[in-house]
Design a protein around this ligand. Structure first.
Ligand code: SF4
Length: 485
């Protein structure tokens, strides 16, 4: 079926498309400007008629029709919002769908609440304003508000306090839904020794910059991929580089995303413990064996539970477990059973993701999967939002992504004092993060609030081959860091 978006007399294409995708996800719209002709069966026209000073929306969707017009607002930003709102109302009427986050298309709803609290509004006033403007449901507003209140106490920091991210982009096999830059050990394993060596060199260079500009590292996060996909010796090499070159005497949190159970061994956990990381993640995503098989993971639910118990036995007292709502072949019964089993293990934090179907993942092209009952996923998210707080886990971190099933969100829940500071700070976009490794980015926030992002090369072979060029880019990072002095 073909879908066209027709834009006339305005340049609000990005926002209009975002609103259309709330109701009509995962289709590629034909974009027609001004008088371009389209033969698409489904057409959405948005128009700013400057001569008559009118906003107009006309929709033909699955043979149903809707049309509305209204006098245009005076300011351009208001006009954009007005047209989006008119389109939202029309699509809601034609589809009967009530999006849980309303018209809000941004990825950081919590930031909107924090900004309003910063302007002196009470949490209730902040929620009322957002509800009126974006038509967000009460349940989602409560989730965002509760998250904002937990974050408020953790957020303050000085510009000189930074985070460090280290990327290990390898996994034992590739999960069917994965869209990260990650390579299976089978196909790219021969690159790992050189990758690790270069990574340690980059950590050294970042350590020199940190020292030169008198920065204080607050958080270290070794993520991926799956950092435990490399050998215990290679992991030790990376963590020794951190110990040797980075001053971590002021650190608040040191995370290693152990990730998949098929990579976690007692030897690797001992390395992590010995090198003083204090938080790990064991990410089963589901504890249903059939679903694990369906998504291409080579481990069982029992292995994930054993990995968790083994980490506890070694003395880890800050362990996160990740689950995903909406995995292929999973249903509400499977998801709730997974969550119950995880609660029985009593991890310190539980992160509930909603499946995102991205182009890079093989699921994107699976039409049968695209028909997954969205309401089932909504039930899973609602169940998490109820049962986790009841079990002593508070929401502390929340973000949304494009193409998430049911327009839902990812939420980190934690026991008080076990919130992942790095995750909060990276989403808040107000702290400098230096990144090492392929696909890592360095994000520098200057005193005037400007954010400069400097990307490393995306793939391991590129990272290795063009390492010298990459190190020249460190000059650019140095120039930005200079502004912090
Ligand atoms: S473990 Fe994560 S990074 Fe690795 S393949 Fe699976 S989804 Fe991708």
């Amino acid at each position: 079926m073909n879908y066209a978006l027709i834009f006339k007399g305005h340049d609000f294409e990005y926002e209009i498309q975002a609103v259309a995708k709330i109701f009509i996800p995962r289709v590629r719209f034909q974009l027609c400007r001004e008088n371009e002709i389209t033969e698409a069966e489904n057409q959405i026209l948005t128009e700013y008629d400057k001569i008559q000073n009118l906003m107009r929306v006309e929709i033909v969707l699955h043979q149903k029709k809707y049309a509305v017009s209204a006098p245009a607002c005076a300011e351009k930003a208001e006009q954009e919002f007005q047209l989006c709102q008119m389109l939202y109302t029309g699509l809601q009427k034609l589809t009967g769908y009530q999006p849980p986050w309303g018209m809000l298309t941004g990825i950081r709803p919590v930031r909107k609440i924090l900004d309003k609290l910063g302007q002196g509004l009470t949490p209730e006033q902040a929620c009322a304003e957002l509800k009126q403007k974006y038509l967000i449901s009460d349940k989602k507003l409560k989730l965002a508000r509760d998250t904002a209140l937990v974050q408020k106490a953790i957020l303050p920091h000085s510009l000189k306090e930074i985070g460090l991210y280290i990327s290990v982009p390898f996994c034992p096999t590739r999960c069917s839904y994965c869209s990260f830059v990650s390579h299976s050990v089978e196909s790219a394993g021969n690159l790992i020794p050189e990758y690790v060596q270069k990574l340690c060199e980059e950590i050294k260079i970042l350590g020199q910059l940190i020292q030169k500009y008198h920065l204080s590292v607050q958080t270290v996060y070794i993520g991926g991929g799956t950092p435990t996909a490399i050998s215990a010796q290679q992991l030790m090499q990376v963590m020794q580089a951190v110990q040797k070159y980075i001053d971590i005497s002021h650190i608040r949190e040191y995370t290693v995303e152990a990730g998949r159970a098929d990579t976690i061994t007692e030897e690797k956990l001992t390395v992590i413990k010995t090198m003083n990381a204090d938080r790990i993640s064991v990410n089963p995503q589901t504890l249903q064996d059939s679903v694990l098989k369906e998504i291409g993971r080579n481990h069982t639910a029992r292995q994930a539970v054993d990995a968790f118990l083994s980490a506890r036995k070694l003395g880890f007292d800050n362990i996160n477990m990740d689950v995903i709502a909406g995995l292929p072949s999973d249903d509400f019964a499977g998801f709730s059973d997974t969550l119950q089993k995880i609660l029985a293990l009593a991890p310190d934090s539980i992160t509930v993701h909603t499946l995102t179907v991205k182009r890079a993942g093989t699921l994107y092209h699976d039409t049968q999967y695209q028909n997954t009952e969205i309401s089932e996923v909504e039930k899973m998210a609602e169940y998490s939002a109820k049962i986790l707080p009841e079990s002593g886990y508070r929401p502390y971190y929340l973000y949304r992504q494009k193409n998430t099933l049911g327009n839902l969100e990812n939420v980190g829940y934690a026991r008080a004092g076990k919130e992942n500071i790095y995750n909060i700070l990276i989403m808040d976009d107000r702290q400098t993060i230096l990144g090492a490794g392929c696909a890592a980015s360095s994000k520098i926030i200057t005193p005037d609030g400007n954010l400069t992002r400097i990307m490393n090369y995306k793939f391991p072979y590129e990272y290795i081959q063009r390492f010298e060029e990459l190190m020249q880019k460190k000059q650019q990072i140095a120039q930005e860091l200079e502004k912090l002095t």
